[in-house]
Design a protein around this ligand. Structure first.
Ligand code: HEC
Length: 178
């Protein structure tokens, strides 16, 4: 299987077992907290974590990034995704970075397994955040680097302008001196 298929049909679905384990949900009874309560709920998170931990080894095995003929959204000047050839070249230039990103994913999965053992709901929120960071860090580097540093610098400048224009000064949102 290509990396793209591993992502879509394996890693993304099992990651949801972790992402969706805590949060809030709007029902006809109002907003309710979602959190694991039963053994089954905790097992579902464990299924996600064990699968993700093992998927790291699959990502270390060199394989095509896309199925044959799939070039990603990589054509034209406004292309947002790298082509599979560009991703391959980037990994080959610096395999250490790829392996580090894979290891970061595995570490969050191991953290999740530990949190399930201790049934610590508060820490599950952190695990979800860390997992999101591990996915996104790799995607920003290898899949859509157009949204890299420059994109975030632009966003930052827009936010700063917005704060300067705000009449109340919104002091709380300004960066504090160390
Ligand atoms: C080590 C790097 C790496 C990590 C970690 C990683 N991904 Fe990916 N992911 C990729 C690459 C590279 C692609 C683009 C593949 C392509 O289309 O060429 C991708 C693509 C995807 C896609 C798009 C598939 C499609 O149909 O276009 C999804 C969804 C996805 N990843 C989900 C996740 C989630 C969720 C996580 C974390 C739990 C994650 N990925 C972690 C490298 C990574």
């Amino acid at each position: 299987m290509s990396v793209k298929e591993l992502m879509k049909y394996m890693i993304d679905p099992v990651a949801d077992n972790i992402f969706n384990a805590v949060g809030t949900s709007v029902t006809k009874h109002g907003v309710v907290d979602v959190e694991p309560k039963t053994e089954e709920d905790w097992d579902k998170i464990r299924i996600g974590a064990v699968s993700l931990a093992e998927s790291a080894d699959l990502l270390r095995i060199r394989r095509p990034f896309t199925p044959p003929g799939d070039e990603n959204d990589s054509a034209g000047p406004d292309a947002v995704e790298l082509s599979p050839a560009q991703i391959t070249a980037k990994v080959e230039r610096d395999p250490v970075e790829w392996n580090a990103r894979v290891e970061a994913l595995r570490n969050v999965a191991l953290e999740a397994i530990d949190v399930v053992k201790r049934k610590d709901v508060d820490e599950l929120w952190d695990v979800g955040e860390n997992l999101d960071k591990a996915c996104e860090a790799c995607h920003r580097s290898y899949w859509y680097p157009g949204e890299g540093a420059e994109f975030y610098q632009k966003l930052q400048r827009r936010l700063e302008q917005f704060r300067e224009q705000s009449p109340s000064g919104n002091a709380g949102a300004k960066p504090r001196k160390q």
